[in-house]
Design a protein around this ligand. Structure first.
Ligand code: ZN
Length: 245
């Protein structure tokens, strides 16, 4: 990758089945806050790339002006590759640190099912403002890609399983508009991107935190009903895993 090599080492080992930390938590993914947890903790997104992205665009414009195959253009190409690598590495580092911290402190983590999240974003559009919805949806898709939500879930899942815990995906519909105090479901409960204020009982809170609490509850309900589908049993015994942080 850009003049450097990656080395991947595969190991096989016995998982020490230590009694898992009994804590469980719900997580809401977002753009302003990368993750918000049902206990009120949150992690800011990694926004350090704005500067790098401007630098990247500048280098790409420079490359376009330079003569193909010339010494200068090769030099610019190397700079671009280095910058790409730096951005990718920083992002991966951030995702690893964040997922490790959560997996260490909790054994069952409930998250929104991103597939359903995308679908509901496209379906929630109105005839009055289809343009607005398209914009919102592409915005959501872009931020999911930009911030590596899929990669984050994958890391979280194997790190939890390694410790005897697990990641459980829940249907995210209504998690942003249900009042955790009185249960009222209304679009109007969501006053703004940041504020939740129930029109029924007056409960007010941070909107992402409300989302995380609802994810936690939806996950618990799903567990109580009996898990359907794709979740594997708690891991034990030998497992293969790529060596990562
Ligand atoms: Zn309420």
């Amino acid at each position: 990758r850009g003049e450097k090599w990656d080395v991947s080492i595969q190991t096989e080992y016995e998982v020490v089945s230590s009694a898992p930390n009994p804590s469980e938590i719900g997580i809401d993914m977002g753009v302003k806050r990368f993750v918000t947890m049902s206990n009120g903790d949150f992690v800011e997104p990694l926004n350090a790339f704005k500067q790098e992205q401007e630098k990247l665009a500048k280098l790409q414009r420079k490359l376009a002006r330079q003569k193909k195959g010339s010494r200068n253009s090769r030099k610019t190409k190397r700079k671009i590759a280095r910058l790409h690598r730096y951005i990718a590495d920083s992002r991966r580092d951030f995702l690893h640190k964040t997922s490790t911290k959560i997996a260490k402190n909790h054994s069952i983590v409930y998250v929104e099912d991103l597939k359903v999240l995308n679908m509901s974003a496209s379906a929630s559009g109105t005839k009055e403002s289809p343009g607005k919805n398209v914009k919102q949806k592409s915005g959501l898709n872009r931020s999911i890609l930009d911030q590596g939500w899929y990669g984050f879930f994958r890391m979280l899942s194997y790190k939890l399983e390694r410790r005897g815990g697990r990641l459980i995906k829940v249907d995210p519909r209504n998690t942003s508009r249900t009042c955790p105090r009185c249960g009222l479901v209304s679009v109007e409960n969501r006053k703004s991107q940041a504020t939740f204020a129930c029109i029924g009982c007056g409960f007010r809170s941070n909107a992402d935190e409300v989302g995380a609490i609802n994810v936690l509850r939806a996950g618990r309900a799903r567990l109580a009903r009996g898990m359907s589908g794709a979740v594997r049993p708690l891991s034990a015994g030998t497992q293969r895993d790529r060596l990562q942080h």
